[in-house]
Each structure stands twice: as structure tokens, then as C-alpha cells.
Design a protein around this ligand. Structure first.
Ligand SMILES: [Zn+2]
Length: 627
């Protein structure tokens, strides 16, 4: 569901919004050009300790802050800001991302979507910039910040974001970090305005991630100490253990978050309608009231009460959802920082009725990131209820059409030198691949809303059948609930070496998990590779793209690891797919859903087919064969 980065100009983002009545805290209003005077800033921000004595008024006319440079390394996103002389700033990790309050420079207004897989949006203006992340940040988890001095003498602020990034501010920057401010009045009111709803929604705030855990200690200010060392690069520390296990395998079964209550007659296999109409005659003068909001772990439910005769039209966008309503009107209103899944909702009157903008944690597609259902009025009311469920983990659970499940026949592939088994001609052989359903027997793998060993076997058997029907020779490391060896390292080595000479590809299938205290940050699909073979990264890339394309799941991107035993010990192009999180309340439901598993399997099978037909094979690499 990742989309290319899209830049929205200020005019487009504002869309001619009526400014009257909009709270000064409206992030869209902050795009107003060049108002970064200290006074205005003071109004907009909570009273806090700005670094004392560093306000540089003389530099303000010319110094600017913004236009960050970004780069991506796997699922990590790096954002680099140039720091003009005299610029100071404070960093504030929140559940919605990292807020940067800037002094001594004008913050360049911007609204930019999807800077990378770990930065879903960048917004700036009015003295502050916010790097919006698809996961909540604590003081030390989800981000890392440091400063560096370039060879030119220029100073830069380096921010790195990722679900597995940790560290927070570097020692020299720690004094610039402060706690999240109390929620804005609008958001608090909204959070309290929940829900004597007949839908059985949970009260606001219950069970959601804890934003900004307080730091144990705050070191004294040390603004004069600049980091002189080169910028740290976005690498994960690799474990000393050369036989590292796949991610999620070492997680102990922990507290499970209950899934959100299902809507009446909810059926995830049915695509949510993008349009709808409430029965009855339009009521002149009907007004839309603020949404009712229910917060559940990993999912936010937003309910719109629609009068008779009104219509809705939902448009998935890179920022979230846009909803056009007719048959009613509204007073402009909005709320920010509503929940980890909903950054902002905004109501605006239009000539036809109402336009609603929902800024969500990650981009949405027609089939993922959200679900909607139009429910009839409850007794005593004449308003129907449009219930919108929003979660970045909501995948496409609609059944595939038979034609979409068909994997086209795979033609013979070039033989690996000296291993022409089943030769169909002198140099071409029937392609053979190894599928490795992770775990088995006494080793269950991750245990959460599903048991990993069961899901991996389920998916692998589906992939096997799809590939065999396409003419591929499939070797399974296991096709029943068993381990290959009771010693884990031996077991992994045996898996890696399954298959005989002439085997083209090795694909290991796993389910991910997070510890209970970070469980809500883990959702989506990722693929691991190892430099065991020159074609392994290509195989991983193809598999990731195909799986995300068919499932609509959140893409956590590619990850490389030097020490994943099951990949490192393979002599052919190898990849390990993590198809979802057993520890996440929404992803866990995906993994229990036959349509999701079917889509994952088709994605893997199509990926293997694409690899085999595009030259990503054991025998087709410079120096192929590995070590
Ligand atoms: Zn595993």
C-alpha cells in the first residue's frame, strides 16, 4: 500500500478551506506563509523551556529551516535538516511522530506525504515541523537524533525513524528533548466525547499506546557540545551470534490485545462500499455533528451520524480518506492528534454539502487501511451511522477471483552448471524451488493470536499447490507438523540445505511478533535477505512487492541480515518472508483469515514465478553458488 511520494502544495492542501472558525491549532492553517514570529509561536505551543538565551533575532530575516533531505534504508527513513547558524530547536516525540519547535529561523511551510516507509508525512510551518510516523514514538523508541558538522563547516540535524530504531536523542541532544504536551483541547474534548454508542465502542484512550514515556534522567543542557563524529548510518547492530533467529522467533508469548469489537453484520470479505445513500427524504437544514470516536488497540473507529437522504462518497488518498457528503451541512471544525491511527479529522462545508478529511497514519487504498459500513439508525434516532474503521494493518481480505489465483506456467530455466537433472533440453531444466515453512513440531515459533508453525505450513502448502500447477518442482522442508531436528541450529542448517543440486530458489516463510510493550508498532509484511548469493536481494525485493501488491498489507520493506542462519547457510538465492504479526490485534486477525493467507500465498507464488522468469535463479549469477 506504499505509494510514491507526493508533494502537495499549500494551495491544494488547503483547498479553499473556510478559515473562519478554524482553531489556530489547525495544522492546515499553519501553512499560512511566513508567520514565524516569536509571538505567534508562543501562542501556538505549550509553555515550555526553550533553550535559554539562544533566541537569535538577528538571524531571523534570512535563516530558514526545512526542505529536509531524505533517504531510505530498508524500512528505515533518514531525514536530514541543515541548521543555519543561530538556529535552536527542541524535539518532542509523540504518538504521532516527532515535533520540532524551531527558533532563530523561519520554518518553510510544507505538507509532504510519504517520505519513506517510516515517515508517512512531513508538515512544517508556523515555527514548527512535524515528522509524522506510522508508529508512536517514545523517548527512546522509534527514532534516533544526532547532529553532525559537515566538512564544509555546516551543521546538520540527522533524524532516523523506524519501528526497530531506538536510542532517541544522542547524548549531546538529550537536553533538547521534552515531553509531549498535554493533548490539545480539541483532541481532549474529542477523546472525552465518546460513546454511549450502541456499537459497543471502547472508551477513548483505553488501551492505546502510551505516548512519550518519561525519560529516567535528563542530562544538563550541553548545547555547546556538537557532535564531531560522522553521522551514524542506519544500520542495526548485528548480534554476535552467527546463527541468529528470524525476527519474532525469540519473542515470548505475552499479553494479547483484544481485537476491536466487530460491527454488526461486518464481513471483511466484502469490499467496503465507496459510496452509499441513507434512505428517506433530505431534511432541509440538517447539520453534521462531530464524529463519535472509539479507540481500540491498533484501530480507531469513527462514526458519522448521517440524516435521511444524505449520501457519502469515500476516496482513499495518500494522506488518508476524503469523504464527500451531500444532503446536509456543517460548521467548520477539526481535531488533531486524535489517535495513533487518525492524526486529524476536519469538516468543511462545500456547495454540495460537506467535505471530510481524515489524515491517517499511513496511505490508504480502495481495499486496505480502512473499512466502512453503513448501519441503520438505532431506535429513537433517524440518523444512519457510517462507521469507519481505520488501521494501517487493515489488509485486503476480499476473496481472489479464480483468474487472480492462477499462476501462469513457468518455462524451463537455464540449468545450473553440471546439474542437469530432469533436463528438458541440453541447457534447460524444470525449475525447482524449496519452500520452508518455519518451525514445526515442538517449536511453535511466535505464539499470539495465531501459532506461527501452523500458519507458515498453511501458507507454504498453498504456495506449493499454486507452483506445482504452474509446472514448478517444489521441495518442502516439511509438509507436516514436525521439526527437522530437535537441535535448533541443526534444524536450520538442514532446512537451508534442503534441495539437491539444480534447485533454483529457497523461500522461508515466517510470522513475526513483538514484545507486549511494543506490540502495537508491529504490523505488516517484511522480507529478509542475506548476501549468501548475488541474487538473494533481487528475490527478496520481488517477493516483497508481490505480497504487498496482492494483500494490500503495510510494507515494512526489505531487511538484510548477515547472520540469519537459514539464509546464510543456503547456497542458492534465498529470502525469508515475515507475513504479519501474531502480536498485533488487527494483523492477528489477518493471519487468521483464509483470504489473507490465500493472498499471501498467491503473492509468494507470483513472486517466485517472476524471479524464475526474470533470471533471478541459482545458475544465473556472476560467481553464483555462494559459499
Ligand atoms: Zn519464525
Amino acid at each position: 500500500m506504499k505509494k510514491p511520494a507526493i508533494f502537495l502544495s499549500f494551495a491544494l492542501a488547503c483547498g479553499g478551506a473556510a478559515a473562519q472558525g478554524v482553531s489556530p491549532a489547525d495544522p492546515f492553517l499553519r501553512q499560512a506563509p511566513a508567520q514565524a514570529t516569536p509571538t505567534l509561536r508562543g501562542v501556538a505551543t505549550a509553555p515550555t523551556a526553550a533553550p535559554a538565551g539562544n533566541l537569535n533575532l538577528t538571524g531571523m530575516q534570512n535563516a530558514t529551516f526545512g526542505n529536509p533531505r531524505t533517504s531510505n534504508n530498508g524500512s528505515q527513513t533518514r531525514v536530514v535538516f541543515d541548521l543555519a547558524p543561530g538556529v535552536t530547536y527542541t524535539l518532542m516525540p509523540t504518538f504521532a511522530g516527532l515535533r520540532i519547535d524551531v527558533q532563530g529561523a523561519r520554518v518553510l511551510p510544507a505538507v509532504t506525504a510519504a517520505l519513506g516507509s517510516s515517515v508517512s508525512e512531513y508538515r512544517a510551518g508556523g515555527g514548527q515541523a512535524t515528522v509524522v510516523t506510522p508508529f508512536p514514538l517514545s523517548f527512546t523508541e522509534g527514532w534516533r537524533a544526532s547532529e553532525a558538522t559537515l566538512a564544509t563547516g555546516g551543521r546538520v540535524l540527522i533524524l532516523e525513524f523506524g519501528a526497530v530504531v531506538s536510542g532517541g536523542a544522542s547524548d549531546s541532544l538529550r537536553a533538547l528533548v521534552r515531553n509531549s504536551p498535554p493533548t490539545t483541547t480539541a483532541a481532549t474534548a474529542e477523546a472525552n466525547a465518546v460513546l454511549n454508542s450502541p456499537l459497543g465502542l471502547r472508551a477513548a484512550g483505553s488501551g492505546t499506546g502510551t505516548p512519550g514515556a518519561a525519560p529516567a534522567t535528563v542530562s544538563p543542557p550541553s548545547r555547546t557540545t556538537q557532535t564531531q563524529t560522522p553521522a551514524p548510518v542506519a544500520t542495526r547492530p548485528t548480534a554476535a551470534n552467527p546463527d541468529q533467529l528470524p525476527p519474532g522467533d525469540t519473542v515470548q508469548p505475552g499479553k494479547q490485545f483484544p481485537p476491536a469489537p466487530a460491527l454488526p453484520d461486518a464481513n471483511a470479505a466484502r469490499p467496503s462500499a465507496l459510496t452509499g445513500r441513507v434512505a428517506g427524504q433530505v431534511q432541509p437544514g440538517a447539520l453534521l455533528t462531530a464524529p463519535r470516536i472509539g479507540k481500540n488497540p491498533g484501530l480507531t473507529r469513527l462514526v458519522l451520524d448521517l440524516p435521511p437522504g444524505s449520501t457519502y462518497q469515500i476516496q482513499p488518498t495518500a494522506l488518508g480518506l476524503r469523504i464527500e457528503l451531500t444532503g446536509l451541512s456543517v460548521m467548520p471544525q477539526n481535531a488533531q492528534n486524535v489517535s495513533p491511527e487518525v492524526r486529524t479529522w476536519r469538516f468543511e462545508p462545500t456547495t454540495a454539502g460537506v467535505e471530510i478529511t481524515l489524515v491517517t497514519a499511513t496511505p490508504t487504498t480502495a481495499r486496505s487501511g480502512w473499512r466502512a459500513q453503513l448501519l441503520p439508525p438505532t431506535p429513537g434516532s433517524d440518523r444512519a451511522r457510517l462507521a469507519l474503521d481505520l488501521s494501517p494493518a487493515l489488509a485486503n481480505l476480499t476473496p481472489l477471483a479464480p483468474s487472480e489465483r492462477l499462476v501462469a506456467a513457468v518455462p524451463p530455466v537455464p540449468a545450473t552448471r553440471g546439474t542437469a537433472i530432469l533436463a528438458l533440453s541440453a541447457n534447460y531444466v524444470q525449475p525447482r524451488v524449496v519452500l520452508d515453512p518455519g518451525h514445526g513440531g515442538r517449536d511453535p515459533g511466535a505464539v499470539g493470536s495465531v501459532i506461527e508453525k501452523e500458519v507458515t505450513l498453511n501458507v507454504a502448502l498453498r504456495v506449493r499447490d499454486l507452483l506445482r500447477a504452474a509446472g514448478v518442482d517444489v521441495v518442502m522442508t516439511r509438509d507436516s507438523d514436525r521439526a527437522l531436528n530437535s537441535v535448533k541450529n541443526t534444524d536450520l542448517q538442514m532446512r537451508a540445505q534442503t534441495g539437491s543440486p539444480g534447485t533454483q530458489l529457497f523461500v522461508s516463510i515466517h510470522v513475526n511478533a513483538m514484545e507486549a510493550n511494543t506490540a502495537l508498532r508491529g504490523y505488516g509484511i517484511e522480507t529478509w535477505w542475506n548476501p549468501n548469493h548475488p541474487m538473494s536481494s533481487s528475490l527478496a525485493s520481488i517477493l516483497q512487492r508481490q505480497m504487498v501488491g496482492v494483500t494490500g498489507a503495510f510494507s515494512r520493506g526489505l531487511k538484510s541480515n548477515q547472520s540469519l542462519s537459514v539464509l546464510r547457510n543456503s547456497r542458492i538465492p534465498a529470502a525469508l518472508v515475515e507475513i504479519g504479526y501474531a502480536s498485533h490485534p488487527v494483523d492477528g486477525l489477518n493471519l487468521q483469515d483464509a483470504n489473507y493467507l490465500d493472498r499471501v500465498a498467491v503473492g509468494i507464488a507470483q513472486g517466485i514465478r517472476e524471479a524464475l522468469t526474470s533470471g533471478v535463479t541459482a545458475g544465473n549469477a556472476v560467481g553464483g553458488g555462494g559459499k
